[in-house]
Ligand binder design. Structure first.
Ligand SMILES: [Zn+2]
Length: 104
Protein backbone atom coordinates (compact mmCIF):
# COMPACT_ATOMS: atom_id res chain seq x y z
CA UNK A 1 0.00 0.00 0.00
CA UNK A 2 2.70 2.41 -1.12
CA UNK A 3 0.35 5.31 -1.90
CA UNK A 4 -0.94 5.37 1.65
CA UNK A 5 2.23 6.76 3.20
CA UNK A 6 3.44 10.34 2.96
CA UNK A 7 6.73 11.12 1.23
CA UNK A 8 8.55 10.99 4.57
CA UNK A 9 6.98 7.52 5.21
CA UNK A 10 4.69 8.85 7.94
CA UNK A 11 0.99 8.01 7.97
CA UNK A 12 -1.44 10.58 6.57
CA UNK A 13 -3.39 12.46 9.26
CA UNK A 14 -6.08 10.37 10.88
CA UNK A 15 -9.71 11.46 10.50
CA UNK A 16 -10.66 9.68 13.71
CA UNK A 17 -10.94 6.31 15.40
CA UNK A 18 -13.58 3.61 15.03
CA UNK A 19 -13.82 0.85 17.61
CA UNK A 20 -14.05 -2.66 16.21
CA UNK A 21 -17.20 -3.34 18.28
CA UNK A 22 -18.83 -0.46 16.39
CA UNK A 23 -17.53 -1.70 13.03
CA UNK A 24 -19.05 -5.13 13.68
CA UNK A 25 -22.48 -3.55 14.16
CA UNK A 26 -22.57 -2.05 10.68
CA UNK A 27 -23.56 -4.36 7.80
CA UNK A 28 -21.79 -1.94 5.44
CA UNK A 29 -18.47 -2.72 7.09
CA UNK A 30 -18.40 -6.52 7.02
CA UNK A 31 -15.37 -6.48 4.67
CA UNK A 32 -13.24 -5.16 7.54
CA UNK A 33 -11.56 -7.91 9.53
CA UNK A 34 -12.53 -7.65 13.26
CA UNK A 35 -9.02 -8.82 14.12
CA UNK A 36 -6.05 -6.93 12.64
CA UNK A 37 -4.36 -9.04 9.97
CA UNK A 38 -0.98 -7.64 10.99
CA UNK A 39 -0.85 -7.88 14.78
CA UNK A 40 -4.10 -9.46 15.95
CA UNK A 41 -5.36 -6.49 17.98
CA UNK A 42 -9.15 -6.25 18.06
CA UNK A 43 -9.79 -2.85 19.62
CA UNK A 44 -9.86 -0.10 16.99
CA UNK A 45 -8.75 1.22 13.59
CA UNK A 46 -7.74 4.70 12.44
CA UNK A 47 -9.51 6.24 9.45
CA UNK A 48 -7.67 8.18 6.75
CA UNK A 49 -8.40 10.17 3.62
CA UNK A 50 -5.67 11.08 1.16
CA UNK A 51 -5.45 12.87 -2.18
CA UNK A 52 -3.20 11.03 -4.60
CA UNK A 53 -1.92 11.95 -8.05
CA UNK A 54 -2.87 9.69 -10.90
CA UNK A 55 -0.19 8.86 -13.42
CA UNK A 56 3.24 10.50 -13.74
CA UNK A 57 3.91 12.77 -10.77
CA UNK A 58 6.88 14.64 -12.18
CA UNK A 59 5.49 15.71 -15.51
CA UNK A 60 2.94 18.55 -15.75
CA UNK A 61 2.09 18.05 -12.13
CA UNK A 62 -0.72 20.59 -12.11
CA UNK A 63 -2.48 18.90 -15.01
CA UNK A 64 -2.49 15.49 -13.41
CA UNK A 65 -5.89 14.77 -11.88
CA UNK A 66 -6.01 14.07 -8.19
CA UNK A 67 -8.19 11.43 -6.67
CA UNK A 68 -9.24 10.96 -3.06
CA UNK A 69 -8.54 7.56 -1.58
CA UNK A 70 -9.81 6.17 1.70
CA UNK A 71 -8.06 3.84 4.11
CA UNK A 72 -8.11 2.30 7.54
CA UNK A 73 -4.89 1.59 9.37
CA UNK A 74 -4.02 -0.29 12.53
CA UNK A 75 -2.84 2.01 15.37
CA UNK A 76 -0.35 -0.65 16.48
CA UNK A 77 1.23 -2.09 13.34
CA UNK A 78 1.67 -1.28 9.66
CA UNK A 79 -1.57 -2.93 8.45
CA UNK A 80 -3.45 -0.73 5.95
CA UNK A 81 -6.58 -1.46 3.91
CA UNK A 82 -8.12 0.67 1.19
CA UNK A 83 -11.82 1.43 1.61
CA UNK A 84 -14.51 2.31 -0.86
CA UNK A 85 -16.36 5.58 -0.39
CA UNK A 86 -19.43 4.03 1.28
CA UNK A 87 -17.26 2.24 3.82
CA UNK A 88 -15.38 5.45 4.56
CA UNK A 89 -18.63 7.38 5.07
CA UNK A 90 -19.95 4.77 7.51
CA UNK A 91 -16.67 4.82 9.46
CA UNK A 92 -16.49 8.61 9.50
CA UNK A 93 -19.95 8.80 11.11
CA UNK A 94 -18.77 6.40 13.83
CA UNK A 95 -15.50 8.32 14.33
CA UNK A 96 -17.30 11.67 14.56
CA UNK A 97 -19.66 10.29 17.19
CA UNK A 98 -16.68 9.01 19.14
CA UNK A 99 -15.04 12.41 19.02
CA UNK A 100 -18.20 14.06 20.41
CA UNK A 101 -18.37 11.45 23.18
CA UNK A 102 -14.64 11.79 23.86
CA UNK A 103 -13.91 8.12 23.14
CA UNK A 104 -11.07 8.63 20.71
ZN1 LIG B 1 -2.23 -4.34 13.70
Amino acid sequence: MKEFYNKDHSKPTSQGTALINQIKESPLLDRINPTCEGCGQNHSYLIHKKKVYEGNKNFFRLLVPRKTRYYISCPQCSFVMELDYDEYQALKIIADQNQIRGKS
